[in-house]
Design a protein around this ligand. Structure first.
Ligand code: EPZ
Length: 425
């Protein structure tokens, strides 16, 4: 096969992170909004799009479906009038699991969609049963054939849709399909993440009648004609939390600009309890770390507004060096502790019992060669490397590029010693 270019981060630990950073648009807001641009058949200009591989993949999927997409700086312009396919490209589906929420917009636009079963990924089997149950209630016929899902809806009919679990992706799929369903759709027990509210606000900016995102019930009245729009998504609360955790564990000081502190209560409460001084304003967060973090009360990942699963591994990395023991329970995904073995290689003292990791703080971590198994686990290893003594090599950083736009540049600008090294095998 072709030359395989493997990339790794080489980190020299011990530096304090200090400085300021302007947050980028949220990956998990931009992805569903890009999918939603299919519905209108018009032009959408989305601002503040970070250059992440997941977003590049989504752009490729839109192009393969016939959209004209141009990416100028951090703005993505999508003209979805020429959409001529309702088949989601198989190879791209494998790359990002989140492409499953292309079902809703494609059904809304074309009345049918064919996609390969997105399958699980590193953090769990991640079925889509909640998506399929909800779409069937809207009148979608779904057939599974040779690993493909063939979905048809002669017409989408609004109805009440209770979700058995507040799945982010399923909530987004239903919102987007319901925009073109006849009559009213009510989603009960929806996900309440800020990214859900952002998707609603994008759809409203196109002329859709939708309200209630962030509450216990989302209402959509289908059938409004949709127009062209431009939209600026919310800042990335997980990028923000990752950088705060890195500053916290390296005795640092950091000012985050274009932030929405209100999206981050559970993360900021944790950092405060761990001994950081946290100031927050309308659009900024300022953190000053203590000399050494303190352990915190047991933490459990929950749907929003609970502590986000996407911050679990970054929190764990910071708590490895804290004074005392912290218990972390992962309740959202069934297999999201792959970073534990790697952190223990560096000298951490973490024991996993079922879904709980017991992190006994140690005095120091030692730089080692470790491997990123998934996006946020990889970010956790970078954080540990920044705080460890000596050199750490993080392999397989393509996983990290899925969710961070050149993380090494961001950390270097804050005083971190980190280099991206490419080698061909
Ligand atoms: C979104 O994934 C995010 N991705 C994930 O971020 C995030 O971790 C997750 O929400 C939870 O907050 C995007 O927004 C692109 P879910 P999603 O449906 O929609 C189970 C990152 O790092 N489930 O809320 O896939 C599922 O297996 C990514 O940026 C079913 O059982 O999450 C999981 O255990 C990682 N059946 C739980 O629910 C279903 O039909 C949460 O999944 C759907 C989900």
């Amino acid at each position: 096969g072709g030359v395989v270019c493997l990339e790794s981060y080489h980190i020299s630990g011990g530096n304090t992170l200090e400085g300021e950073y302007r947050l980028q648009g949220a990956k998990n807001a931009v992805l569903p909004i890009l999918a939603a641009t299919i519905i209108s058949g018009r032009t959408s200009r989305i601002e503040k799009c970070p250059h992440l591989s997941d977003i590049r993949t989504m752009v490729s999927i839109l192009r393969e479906m016939g959209c004209n997409v141009s990416w100028d700086g951090s703005e993505i312009l999508v003209d979805s009038s020429p959409v001529n396919s309702y088949r989601i490209p198989q190879k791209l589906m494998k790359e990002i699991r989140s492409s499953v929420f292309l079902m809703g917009p494609t059904l809304a636009r074309c009345g049918q969609v064919i996609l390969s079963d997105p399958g699980g990924c590193a953090i769990g089997k991640r079925p889509i049963d909640i998506h399929l149950t909800a779409l069937r209630l809207l009148g979608v016929e779904i057939k599974e054939k040779d690993g493909l899902l063939e979905c048809k809806a002669r017409r989408l009919k609004g109805t009440t849709i209770p979700l058995s679990f507040p799945s982010v992706g399923a909530t987004e799929n239903v919102m987007m399909a319901a925009v073109m369903a006849e009559g009213e759709t009510r989603i009960l027990n929806p996900a309440k993440e800020p990214e859900i509210i952002d998707l609603q606000n994008y759809l409203v900016s196109c002329g859709a009648q939708i309200s209630g995102a962030g509450s216990d019930e989302i209402r959509i009245t289908g059938g409004s004609p949709l127009r062209e729009t431009e939209y600026k998504p919310i800042p990335d609360r997980i990028e923000a939390g990752t950088l705060l955790a890195a500053a916290a564990v390296t005795r640092g000081k950091i000012l985050l600009k274009e932030a929405v502190p209100g999206h981050m209560d559970s993360i900021l409460n944790w950092l405060g309890e761990a001994g950081c001084k946290v100031q927050r304003g309308g659009d900024f967060i300022y953190l000053e770390a203590p000399d050494r973090l303190g352990a915190v009360r047991p933490i459990e990942t929950q749907p929003y507004p609970g502590f986000p699963t996407d911050m679990q591994s970054q929190l764990m990395a910071a708590m490895c060096l804290a004074k005392g023991t912290t218990e972390i329970t992962e309740s959202i995904f069934e297999n999201r502790f792959k970073h534990v073995s790697e952190l223990n290689k560096m000298g951490a003292d973490i024991q996993v019992i079922e879904r709980t990791a017991i992190v006994k703080g140690v005095e120091r971590l030692a730089g080692k060669r470790v491997t990123a198994a998934d996006l946020r686990g990889g970010a956790a290893l970078v954080i540990a490397g920044l705080a460890a003594e000596g050199n750490t090599i993080v392999e397989n950083i393509g996983q990290i590029d899925r969710g961070y736009d050149r993380l090494e540049d961001i950390l270097k600008s804050l005083g971190g010693q980190i280099e991206r090294v490419s080698h061909t095998d």
